[in-house]
Design a protein around this ligand. Structure first.
Ligand SMILES: Cc1cc2nc3c(=O)[nH]c(=O)nc-3n(C[C@H](O)[C@H](O)[C@H](O)COP(=O)(O)OP(=O)(O)OC[C@H]3O[C@@H](n4cnc5c(N)ncnc54)[C@H](O)[C@@H]3O)c2cc1C
Length: 372
């Protein structure tokens, strides 16, 4: 009998398993894929040696010193700072929208204060924005919206931005400085050697059954555990009894090139609607310190799509939120099961947030056990 059977070995499951194992508990992890690491799985591309993140590029960034120290106990990090460019209407701009973007777009040489005033003058008054388009225009004005947001949003969500609720965006970062580092967090970087070695360390002393889908023998796995930790999709756990929660997915097209450098940056967005991919990732740039990567490069084109087998971005429209509330009610009545992580909570989490949630959950449990 195990104290815990953990379903899924992404960051939530792996951190949970590591921590309870460290506390002397007996734990087993099952994972339906043929690898550990969940969506953070990375591998060295054969032929080039470039470390590729199979499920999209993952940049570690956090403002929590505690989480930064925690993750650094499993890997060394380089000093990568994320910068994003976007190709829009035949030109290349820097994102998030900053002073360089504004000056280039309007062909001006504004100072920070002038840019703030200038932008204000381009924004129409929309007292109560009714949809994403109106909300975006009320934040950055129509011209910037049309070029940088509209086409990208249509591709990403496959619908007219006027059909999306205003709440989808609360803010659109606009900087009136030349700061083009994408994240504001104090701690940022890429793990040396990729993410998979972190999971190998987390799971070193934990038995893991790969290619094992919980639902094929759900009663059996439950019977082995005093407590189940479930990190798969919440609607699947309840046999979709209230319907399917919507997710947006992504198709990745990988290509090896006999070039030293394809695009000069880790991520290039493509804002124009006519270009079918939303971005091109060149992972080599995440590891500029590596001098042994002279055998070509790898690029990954990303095409947003609907693929319910690979859920990536929760849609979270009103109907999804209502459905989620029903599942959460059912979840609260489920005994001896912990639901955690992005799929079970139907929430977009960054890695640091999901690690935090797992640590928090273990802390709570161990405290409860100690007081029994
Ligand atoms: C395209 C993309 C880019 C991202 N980029 C970043 C980034 O740059 N920085 C950042 O901080 N975060 C990023 N994230 C978020 C990051 O991927 C998540 O925070 C993290 O993966 C969440 O971990 P998790 O354990 O909750 O889920 P997952 O990593 O998805 O792990 C869940 C695991 O459960 C398994 N599972 C599901 N059902 C079953 C079942 N029935 N039986 C057995 N196993 C099952 C799955 O196979 C999976 O391995 C990105 C996400 C996406 C989609």
């Amino acid at each position: 009998m195990y104290d815990f059977v953990v379903v899924g070995c992404g960051f939530f499951g792996a951190v949970f398993a590591y921590e309870v194992k460290k506390a002397g508990k007996k734990v087993l992890v099952i994972e339906k894929r043929d690898h550990i690491g969940g969506n953070c799985f990375s591998y060295n591309h054969p032929g080039t040696g470039v470390n590729v993140h199979r499920y999209g590029p993952h940049i570690f960034h956090t403002s929590s010193e505690k989480i930064w120290k925690y993750i650094n106990s499993f890997a060394g990090f380089n000093n990568y700072r994320h910068r994003v460019l976007t190709t829009a209407a035949g030109k290349v701009y820097s994102l998030p929208i900053n002073l360089a973007t504004i000056n280039k777009f309007y062909n001006l040489t504004l100072s920070p204060d002038e840019a703030g005033e200038f932008l204000k003058s381009r924004i129409p008054v929309i007292p109560s924005p009714q949809n994403l388009e109106e909300k975006a225009i009320s934040l950055i004005g129509r011209e910037l919206y049309e070029v940088f947001i509209k086409g990208y949003t249509i591709k990403q969500w496959d619908c007219d931005p006027r059909e999306l609720p205003a709440e989808v965006i609360t803010r659109l970062p606009v900087r009136t400085t030349y700061n083009d580092i994408y994240y504001d967090d104090d701690y940022q970087g890429m793990p040396i050697g990729g993410y998979t070695p972190i999971f190998e360390k987390l799971l070193k002393d934990v038995p893991v059954e790969l290619k094992t889908d919980f639902f094929e023998k759900r009663d059996y796995w439950k019977s082995l555990a005093k407590m189940l930790v479930y990190t798969g999709p919440i609607d699947r756990y309840f046999n979709y009894c209230y319907g399917k929660l919507r997710w947006r997915s992504c198709r990745f097209e990988i290509e090896k090139m006999q070039l030293n450098d394809y695009q000069g940056v880790g991520i290039m967005n493509y804002a124009d609607r006519e270009v079918p991919h939303t971005r091109i990732v060149e992972p080599k740039h995440f590891y500029r310190e590596r001098t042994d990567l002279s055998q070509g490069t790898v690029v990954v084109r990303e095409y947003p799509c609907d693929d319910q087998t690979e859920p990536y971005y929760p849609v979270r429209l009103k109907t999804d939120q209502e459905m989620l509330a029903k599942y959460q009610k059912a979840e609260s009545q489920e005994r001896e099961v912990i639901f955690g992580g992005r799929l079970a909570e139907y929430k977009y989490y960054n890695m640091d947030q999901v690690i935090f949630r797992a640590l928090e959950q273990v802390g709570k449990l161990l405290k409860q056990n100690a007081s029994k």
